[in-house]
Design a protein. Sequence first.
Lengths: 369, 369
Amino acid sequence: MKFICTQENLNKGLIIVSHIAGRSATLPILNNVLIKVSGGVISLSTTNLEIGITAKIRGKVTKEGEFTVQAKLIADYINLLPKENIELDLEEQTLFIKCDNYKTSIKGVSANDFPLIPALDERESVNLKAGDLKNALAQVMFAVAVDESRPEISGVLFSFSGKNLVIAGTDSYRLAERKIGLIGEYPGERKLIIPLRTLQEVYRILAESEDEALNILINDNQILFKFNEEISLTSRLVEGQYPDYQQIIPQESRTQAKVKTAELARVVKSASLFCKPGINDVKLSFDPAKGEITVSSVNSAVGENKVVVAAETTGEKNEVVFNYRYLLDGLNNLDSEEALLGLISDSAPGLLKPAGNQNYLYVIMPIRQ
Amino acid sequence: MKFICTQENLNKGLIIVSHIAGRSATLPILNNVLIKVSGGVISLSTTNLEIGITAKIRGKVTKEGEFTVQAKLIADYINLLPKENIELDLEEQTLFIKCDNYKTSIKGVSANDFPLIPALDERESVNLKAGDLKNALAQVMFAVAVDESRPEISGVLFSFSGKNLVIAGTDSYRLAERKIGLIGEYPGERKLIIPLRTLQEVYRILAESEDEALNILINDNQILFKFNEEISLTSRLVEGQYPDYQQIIPQESRTQAKVKTAELARVVKSASLFCKPGINDVKLSFDPAKGEITVSSVNSAVGENKVVVAAETTGEKNEVVFNYRYLLDGLNNLDSEEALLGLISDSAPGLLKPAGNQNYLYVIMPIRQ
């Protein structure tokens, strides 16, 4: 194997793929990146057995072949090189790298031992806007907690139906749901559970690339995200049935309030300073007659804090106690200047939505006093 | 005690003083800030028994008095408040704070238990430029390591003499020394060892304030840094004799090289990737005939790296092995485009200096092979 490419191209590809390469002692080949030159195409691949990422890079090929070397080492090293042409040349079990006045040799392992990243057929394919998926993931992923005992909610639910994709995540204390439109249409309905770690990688690649559209291929147990002609990410899907979360979304409310999102977030943060250590209770009292919400917390050892926030409040007088972290998470991800809060009672889930936008909702379980 | 001040003033003062307030369980009053209103002056003070910081703030005093409350809590809280006037009112053992729609009460402890921060007389006083001290501290402090068994080198040496101040620090593997000029003159000579922690606080305050000059008062066991009329920091001095470090500074060299600082730093970083785990050896080979330095490292399990850097080299052919971290620290703090390297042999300390500037030097002990 022998080829020449620019430092920029090789560096960009290695940054994309090296992130999931581990420091595994039990299966050390998983720490490596597979560098493969075949049919005139140079590709870099890594896998952690759950996720596989491949990046193709442009370059001038002299000799085909394949080899694997430590992904973090070569990524860190290439990142430090000057922006010049780099020559990579495999001799025996050593990769020789030359760039300007830098000369390096890296020992590696034969590509024969590298796990195969499964190929997906194009039977089921959908397209969507990269920016839409990126925003939607940011609004949902934070609500998911990885819990080995409940693998189905350790993933994020993707529900395709016609022109729509609904993305939902929960850790059973709060739930986030975001709707986005597809480019084109999905024929019929399909529900998938995608591992959180996979979507964190998808999000990372979306944040680094400037692509406008994204293609998704779906097979029985695998999904493939194709960011452009160069970068693709394959992942297994989570088996199992996602809980029917629709039933916990409140369909009505006895008290409704519209409030400035950033102001409520600041007030909740100030109340959080007065929570008892390890206890995250913050009380919200709604007073429609006065048009205000009072946010309060007490730690008898330290003091108490009470802040009145102006809010367009309708319906009944009401109060509820939330974990301030969950409330803050919701407010910080609402992506709208004004927030709508809907409440039934102090023992029913509360509903948080952006004002003037029906594409997002966030449900928080109350803390019973 | 009762007064009104702006959120900006109180916030600024609390940020300055709250940093050294601890989370001490054995002496909980050290977690508190002393708020004192006396003679129409509002002051905030904290201490960790080694360092004391006082910030005066402007405000409208209604009633004098003093009280202490948790420093981190009130600092975090005030930081979140809107930029409005804040009213602080002490009733019994509780401080009531009102600002806009925010109402808080914080329980505290009587000021009687708060340790006294010693006052210094103005007998010995020097003035210097704030920016000079800030830069000098950055160039010296990184070389100091806190070692309980050797308290004298766990501090930084300040040597005053006439119009000059020489600041030196070492961890016995490397040494940094910086000279700065005083405003005015110190009558005679004086050597002080100042705790590293004290200077870290001084540096932090210098980085946050925009003062141009700085006044230092020196007493037998105490030093006082007066940043302006509002902020002062008092610290104990370290007892003991600082080692006579002058004798380890090489007075001559057999090989001299002038090299681009950033380029050498990048090359050393690339070589560091190929060091054996836990071993930080990087070899520098000087070749005056070719006008170059070769930087190399080998980890037989991983590979090797060799980079040739152009350098104006004079004197003998020579080589030396350094800990790459110490070399990088020196290069990163040199503050000049070109670096001068002086070498006697592979078993003598190496000397690093900024080109065209005599105010800084950095000595590194070699690693003997």
